[in-house]
Design a protein around this ligand. Structure first.
Ligand SMILES: [Zn+2]
Length: 298
């Protein structure tokens, strides 16, 4: 009898576990990367993004010798731990080959897919003054309207004062949950250090440890940019846009480290740095991220 009960209990527990494991709390993001524009190297980075999803989960952090320090440095408390885990889980681990199967589409086209919207696409647009016209991305059914934004044109702005690495737009006109991500030239040029992925650096045997302010920033490469942009496509219960946002001085270690818990749990770069820091700690060797952003050996 005892054995029966314990078997039943185990069965129920197993059911419960499998459900909590496979049903994410947020709608899943199915990712496609434009191979023609981005090339194989960008596609190969997907393995790092998947690694970051795993190493950043609290269960993995608690299991690993590296510990949960990176989580606590960024998110400060555990109140929102399951929300962070659910966010990472929302990213489907499979990279889709068919654009139409994906709701998260990554381009490297410098936003060249946009054109000025016709009246059919945005009513009255053809009568607007040139610098007020809305733009349309036909492939993804997304409107960019300068009246809702500070820029006149969508995307990777050529403004020299801006260091735009990636740009994400959601809210498709056809009512689907399609989002587009554009990886900008500044994150992409061949030979640019930022173009390399963490996996490539690991292959080259680079030593990630070292002191110096915010050293973790040195390794915020294309993989971290992609995870940051992916965060902007994932649902969030507490923001006006309903997605993860850029909160205040949103970027880089010096800003995300002192951010309070409520800001961090909505800030895209905080999620990206959780992925980055945990990946360095866990997959790339026996490292630890310190409070000042330096990377130590354990
Ligand atoms: Zn952002």
């Amino acid at each position: 009898m005892d054995r029966c009960i314990s078997a039943l209990f185990r069965f129920i527990l197993l059911l419960f576990l499998s459900h909590s494991q496979f049903i994410a709390a947020y709608p899943e993001r199915r990712v496609w990367i434009d191979q023609q524009g981005c090339g194989d190297d960008v596609r190969s980075i997907w393995s790092v993004i998947n690694g970051m999803r795993t190493t950043g989960s609290l269960a993995t952090l608690e299991d690993s010798g590296a510990g949960k320090q990176i989580f606590d440095l960024i998110f400060k408390e555990r109140t929102y731990a399951s929300h962070i885990d659910d966010t990472l889980e929302a990213i489907n681990e499979v990279l889709f080959d068919d654009r139409t199967q994906a709701n998260t589409r990554i381009y490297c086209d410098q936003e060249s897919r946009w054109h000025k919207a016709t009246n059919a696409e945005v009513p009255g647009n053809e009568n607007r003054p040139e610098d007020k016209k809305a733009w349309f991305d036909t492939e993804n059914s997304i409107v960019y309207d300068p009246k809702d934004d500070k820029y006149l044109v969508p995307g990777c702005h050529k403004d020299l004062n801006n260091f735009v690495l990636g740009q994400t737009y959601c809210g498709a006109k056809d009512g689907s949950d399609t989002c587009t991500i554009t990886l900008c030239a500044k994150s992409l040029p061949q030979g640019n250090f930022r173009y390399y992925s963490l996996a490539q650096l690991k292959e080259r045997g680079i030593d990630f440890s070292g002191t110096g302010p915010q050293r973790i920033d040195m390794f915020a490469l294309l993989d971290t940019t992609i995870l940051h942009e992916l965060a902007h496509t994932i649902d969030h219960p507490n923001t006006r846009s309903g997605k993860w946002i850029d909160y205040g001085d949103a970027y880089r270690w010096r800003n995300i480290r002192p951010m309070n818990a409520a800001g961090a749990m909505a800030n895209a770069d905080s999620l990206a740095y959780l992925g980055l820091g945990s990946y360095i700690q866990d997959s790339l060797g026996r490292y630890i991220i310190n409070d000042d952003g330096s990377i130590g050996n354990r």
